[in-house]
Design a protein around this ligand. Structure first.
Ligand SMILES: CC(C)(COP(=O)(O)OP(=O)(O)OC[C@H]1O[C@@H](n2cnc3c(N)ncnc32)[C@H](O)[C@@H]1OP(=O)(O)O)[C@@H](O)C(=O)NCCC(=O)NCCS
Length: 386
């Protein structure tokens, strides 16, 4: 073991890297709070804009404050024609997360305030990013499926407009509530990988767009936000309910990770998973295919838990990604849109953390324990190398 290994925390497990006022994850009790409010209260009573306001301002808005915040978001609810043409030229089989990364970088290049480092300009950029991210992916979906492009509507909230632009159909109030709730649940989550990535990049004083591009890349990974897409892929690969148990046993026997389970911080069930499971139960019941999918998901969850408990792994439970996929499938979202939905919500947390990081910034610069070749090796010129 290297000499200074007592300072070695693989995956930074248990390390506090900074302070935050934004969210708190109680992994032992299974609770999540945004600015002190329980996620259950926010999910039940608030919409996307109210919770976004809370994370950006630290307080829930009154009517006048939410009206003017919504106006700010609406004023940015459009895509520059040049950006639209870039999306049109994007490969149709590109993953929407890659499209998001590329287009956020493009947004930066189109932002006339890019060089303005004032707090007011940064705030306007943050609103711009939050408002335009959903448009980028829905426009991409319109283009790649060859449907007519759906223009944003100014009379709809953030969640409703997303569903409208994706399908060109007015969503039902139930669908909007379910989607709003899912967005609320994903908005912030302590020092998760993409938020940490955002703060690391922000700490170099790179612009807010660069921090968001990096965070999108982090979120796309299957161990982070990319898990939700893989959960539904897994459930769809199981045709019948009686195939669930052998499927899980094969995974456990081969020590393969089961997507949508496990968490670095939660030692009990993720509170977001509980809310999403209940929502999925209520929302999908009318559709026979979705009913079967939900039955598979519930059986999968029950048997997987039994197997983990039997193996003494008492702290592996479903996380937010296990039931979100079922819900997004019920909402009619394409499978590769599940992680982008995560992104259009988590972006609020990212930009809020960008501001927090910049309040009292110190560049992140940890160290590696060196385990390479002996130091001071004898250098050989090219003609002497074998
Ligand atoms: C989320 C996750 C990355 C947390 O990772 P972590 O804190 O580093 O935990 P580890 O990967 O070290 O796992 C610890 C132990 O639990 C097991 N474990 C954790 N998650 C597991 C899962 N989903 N399926 C099977 N075993 C799992 C590991 O195999 C390991 O067992 P071991 O000690 O016998 O080797 C991990 O649980 C995971 O990969 N889950 C699946 C992907 C997923 O759903 N991600 C979304 C997270 S919100």
């Amino acid at each position: 073991m290297p000499a200074n290994s007592e300072n070695y925390f693989p995956g930074l497990e248990g390390v506090n890297v900074d302070t935050t006022r934004l969210s708190f994850v109680d992994g032992q009790k299974g609770n999540l709070f945004y600015c002190g409010y329980s996620i259950e209260d926010l999910a039940e009573h608030c919409n996307f804009a109210e919770v976004a306001y809370l994370l950006l301002h630290g307080e829930l808005p009154n009517q006048q404050q939410i009206d003017s915040f919504q106006e700010e978001l609406l004023a940015e609810r459009y895509l520059d024609p040049h950006l639209k043409s870039i999306i049109t030229l994007t490969p149709k089989d590109g993953h929407p997360m890659a499209v998001l990364q590329a287009l956020v970088a493009q947004l930066a290049m189109h932002d006339k305030e890019i060089a303005d480092r004032s707090l007011e300009a940064k705030r306007r950029k943050a609103i711009r990013i939050i408002a335009k991210l959903p448009l980028v992916v829905t426009y991409f979906e319109n283009v790649r499926t060859g449907m007519r492009t759906v223009e944003p509507r100014m009379d709809l909230g953030h969640a409703a407009n997303y569903l409208w632009m994706l399908t060109g159909e007015e969503p039902t109030p139930e669908a909007v509530k379910v989607f709003d709730t899912a967005l609320t649940l994903h908005m912030d989550h302590g020092c998760n990988n993409s938020t940490f990535t955002c703060r690391v990049v922000s700490s170099t004083e790179a612009d807010i767009y660069s921090a968001v591009v990096a965070a999108i890349g982090s979120l796309s990974g299957p161990l982070h936000g990319g898990a939700n897409e893989r959960v539904i892929h897994m459930l769809e690969s199981i045709e019948e309910l009686d195939e669930v148990e052998p499927f899980i046993d094969a995974k456990v026997a081969s020590k393969e990770k089961i997507m949508g389970f496990g968490h670095r911080v939660y030692k009990v069930m993720d509170p977001r998973a509980k809310i999403l499971r209940d929502l999925a139960g209520k929302f999908v019941v009318a559709d026979p295919e979705m009913d079967k999918c939900l039955k598979k998901a519930n059986l999968f969850y029950k048997i997987t838990e039994e197997r983990f408990q039997a193996k003494g792994k008492m702290d592996i439970w479903p996380n937010v990604d296990f039931f979100s996929g079922v819900l997004y499938k019920a909402l009619g979202l394409p499978r590769d849109f599940f992680t982008p939905v995560f992104a259009i919500s988590r972006v609020v947390g990212w930009v809020a953390h960008h501001f927090e990081q910049m309040e009292d910034n110190r560049i992140y610069r940890p160290r590696f324990i060196y385990e390479g070749a002996e130091l001071g090796r004898k250098f050989k010129k090219m003609d002497k190398r074998t």
